[in-house]
Design a protein around this ligand. Structure first.
Ligand SMILES: Cc1cc2nc3c(=O)[nH]c(=O)nc-3n(C[C@H](O)[C@H](O)[C@H](O)COP(=O)(O)OP(=O)(O)OC[C@H]3O[C@@H](n4cnc5c(N)ncnc54)[C@H](O)[C@@H]3O)c2cc1C
Length: 315
């Protein structure tokens, strides 16, 4: 990629982490995927803005990552620059507005840090997110959630950096929201030019601390018993169809638990979890997913749609 020659120029402008050829298997919970051309962890918001403006000017494609807990990176790696917000601070601001509490949360904050903090401070509204790994920016970009709710239900607005490096606020009423779907200015996480979420404003209500903490513990235990939380995966692989049985039930009823391609396997605990049981390539995972989709389509006429975000170039 000829456009990456000006790395020396970027290094002079920018203070954060900058690596070439970083394996994306290190940055995804699936632990698969080839290297990205450039990997950046900006050390501050200014650093992020400088890097984004520079790279866009050079025509370098940008991909943002949170904790990579929903990402499946192809074995060919990622063209252009991958930007992680891990170094952008986690100071959470709390303001009371009437009977509500507004939290302003940096996008790189771990979702579970936020949930723990909310429960122990007696802030209600985040229980649905108990046990969802990853960052708050990633959770917002996905509208992550459970049957109960999603982040869109509690969002008040976003602070974003667009691909020219400018920061702006996006109010809630300008967001297009759906099931595992968020669009800003008509663009989703799958589109070039989707803005980088750097801060999330959430609207919570006062709650009873002891109740929230015990609810949290019960939800975590339920997750541990029903999902392979310690194994390499990206959570539920497929979205639930709009009607009828869940994707997991459809796959389970076809007897596909334990089905494997190379190192990729359908979890025995939860059939909508595809696992990297050791040494799986992304090609293995995609082949297993394709077989599942074909079986479900053949048996039920239902086209399963991926919930995981697939990125990267073909080998
Ligand atoms: C064991 C396990 C359980 C899970 N359970 C659930 C669950 O119950 N519900 C659920 O919804 N999900 C679940 N997931 C999936 C995943 O954890 C969530 O979707 C999570 O919110 C993704 O956050 P992340 O920071 O890891 O995002 P990433 O995986 O890094 O990124 C996901 C997408 O968001 C984009 N993105 C990330 N950060 C930003 C940003 N700051 N600005 C703009 N775009 C951004 C990325 O480009 C990518 O397209 C689970 C995953 C695992 C491994």
């Amino acid at each position: 990629m000829a456009a990456l020659d000006p790395i020396a120029a970027l290094s002079a402008l920018y203070q954060g982490v900058l690596k070439k050829g970083e394996p994306m298997a290190r940055h995804t919970t699936f632990k698969s995927g080839g290297p990205c051309d450039l990997y950046l962890e900006p050390g501050s918001l200014d650093d992020l803005r400088i890097a984004v403006a520079f790279l866009t000017q050079q025509g370098v494609p940008l991909t943002v990552v949170g904790d990579g807990t929903n990402l499946l990176v192809r074995d060919g790696g990622i063209e252009g620059a991958v930007i992680s917000l891990a170094g952008l601070g986690t100071a959470i601001d709390e303001v009371r507005e009437g009977n509500e509490i507004i939290l302003t949360v940096p996008a790189g904050t771990k979702t579970q840090h936020l949930c723990r903090l909310a429960a122990t401070r007696g802030l209600s509204g985040l229980s649905f997110a108990t046990g969802i790994p990853g960052t708050v920016g990633g959770a917002m970009a996905m509208n992550a959630g459970t049957d109960a709710n999603g982040f869109a239900d509690i969002v008040d607005g976003l602070s974003v950096v667009d691909i020219s490096g400018k920061t702006r606020m996006v109010p809630r009423n300008a967001l297009e929201i759906g099931y595992r779907h968020l669009a800003i200015d008509g663009k989703t996480r799958h589109d070039n030019g989707f803005p980088i979420i750097v801060g999330v404003r959430l609207r919570l209500t006062p709650g009873e601390c002891d109740t929230l903490v015990s609810e949290r513990e019960a939800l975590l235990s339920r997750r541990k018993a029903s999902q392979p939380v310690g194994l390499a995966s990206a959570g539920c692989f497929f979205k639930n169809p709009p009607e009828g049985p869940s994707a997991g039930k459809l796959i389970d009823d076809l007897g596909l638990k334990g089905e494997a391609v190379g190192g990729a396997r359908v979890s025995e605990l939860h059939a909508n979890y595809l696992i990297n049981a050791g040494g799986a390539t992304t090609a293995d995972i995609l082949e297993l997913a394709a077989r599942i989709k074909a079986r479900v389509k053949q048996a039920h006429g239902i086209e399963l749609e991926e919930e995981v975000t697939l990125v990267g170039r073909e080998t």
